[in-house]
Design a protein around this ligand. Structure first.
Ligand SMILES: Nc1ncnc2c1ncn2[C@@H]1O[C@H](COP(=O)(O)OP(=O)(O)OP(=O)(O)O)[C@@H](O)[C@H]1O
Ligand SMILES: [Mg+2]
Length: 324
């Protein structure tokens, strides 16, 4: 292929990519995500997975797309309330409440799922928590969730789906004996449905590779660690089949408007005196180590090859009141 044709093909591919809606992340992904594939967003607790996933769906709404959020970690009213802190209007995002009904202990036969659970707009989610008695008992399994998604996809053409989280899906709905095969079949279903999907995955402080990551087409990993300034956040693209991407760790902030990935720091930052300005970076930054208050930092491995870690940023802002 001639060089100019190759350039055209690359430009076309970038144009067709799905924008994540996270400032700075599309640049890392060379234009965005390849459509109709499933991607993992992984990170330890509080690293920003749900925030990133919501930004992805809101971008879809902005583009006039039909998007759906499958909540498994927290009930829709709680998610709706949490997202208000960013000032976002998530009313036009559709939501499927797949949170386990922990109060329901009576085993009942599987019913016609279409009449039991339905996808609604966030704007129609009441502010109060759903009571157990309001919901007809259903013996939910991974299969019923798959069926509901398939039925919904037949009726409405979603282009973006978020599963938040895959960790809860595995924990609540998949029996250990069928764990890996069920997970593979769930991810295959998403590919068959031709939606671009983000699946959040909770990483323990010390993580081992999960089967989902092997099967997914890409993995965006969120990091947080403590240094002399307090909590610092970062983001890496761990894997992206079929596309080039930024291999470096980039700093990010969770701001009152959501996640913002910082531009790459200059190759050779000017030396500065430690603590010269309020909130400024340490002169020598140690490779980050994943950290939460529950686990000492020395127990966790660095998130990526130390060679990939950028030089100390020159303009690290305050951390927006982040805490862990
Ligand atoms: N309005 C806001 N402005 C700035 N930061 C915020 C705001 N709201 C939340 N945060 C930060 O975002 C963090 C939570 O992000 P999020 O819920 O997306 O993380 P998560 O990875 O989904 O967590 P979990 O594993 O518990 O589901 C909070 O701990 C807080 O530090
Ligand atoms: Mg979350």
């Amino acid at each position: 292929m001639r060089a100019d044709c190759l350039a055209c093909a690359v430009r076309k591919m970038i144009k067709e990519k799905v924008k994540t809606g996270v400032p700075g992340l599309d640049e890392m992904l060379e234009g965005g995500l390849i459509p109709a594939r499933a991607y993992i967003v992984s990170g330890t607790t509080g690293s920003g997975k749900t925030t990133l996933a919501m930004q992805f769906l809101l971008e879809g709404v902005r583009q006039g797309e039909r998007v759906v959020y499958v909540c498994l970690d927290a009930p829709p009213n709680e998610i709706k309330s949490d997202m208000r802190s960013y000032g976002w209007d998530i009313g036009r995002i559709q939501v499927f409440d797949a949170t386990p009904d922990i109060m329901s202990y009576d085993k009942t036969p599987v019913r016609d799922v279409s009449t039991e659970r339905r996808v609604i707009y966030f704007k129609d989610v009441p502010d109060t928590i759903r009571l157990t008695s309001e919901r007809s008992p259903v013996d939910m399994t991974i299969n019923t969730i798959q069926e509901i998604l398939k039925q919904e996809m037949k009726e409405r053409r979603y282009t973006r789906v978020v599963i938040d989280s895959l960790t809860s899906l595995r924990y609540f709905y998949i029996r250990t004996s069928e764990e890996n095969s069920s997970m593979m079949s769930f991810l295959r279903l998403l590919s068959d449905l031709e939606v671009t999907s983000l699946l959040t995955l909770h990483l323990p402080e010390v993580s081992k590779p999960e089967v989902e990551v092997h099967v997914a087409r890409g993995e965006i990993r969120l990091h947080k660690w403590i240094d002399g300034r307090g909590l610092v956040r970062g983001i890496t693209i761990e894997k992206y089949r079929g596309s080039s991407h930024d291999h470096r760790l980039r700093f990010m902030r969770i701001t009152p408007e959501g996640i913002v990935v910082k531009p790459v720091a200059p190759e050779k930052p000017a030396k500065r005196v430690v603590g010269e300005l309020e909130g400024e970076e340490m002169e020598e930054q140690q490779p980050p180590q994943e950290h939460s208050s529950a686990q000492p930092p020395e127990a966790a491995p660095p998130p990526s090859d130390p060679e990939d870690i950028p030089p100390p940023p020159t303009d690290m802002p305050d951390h927006g009141g982040d805490g862990i």
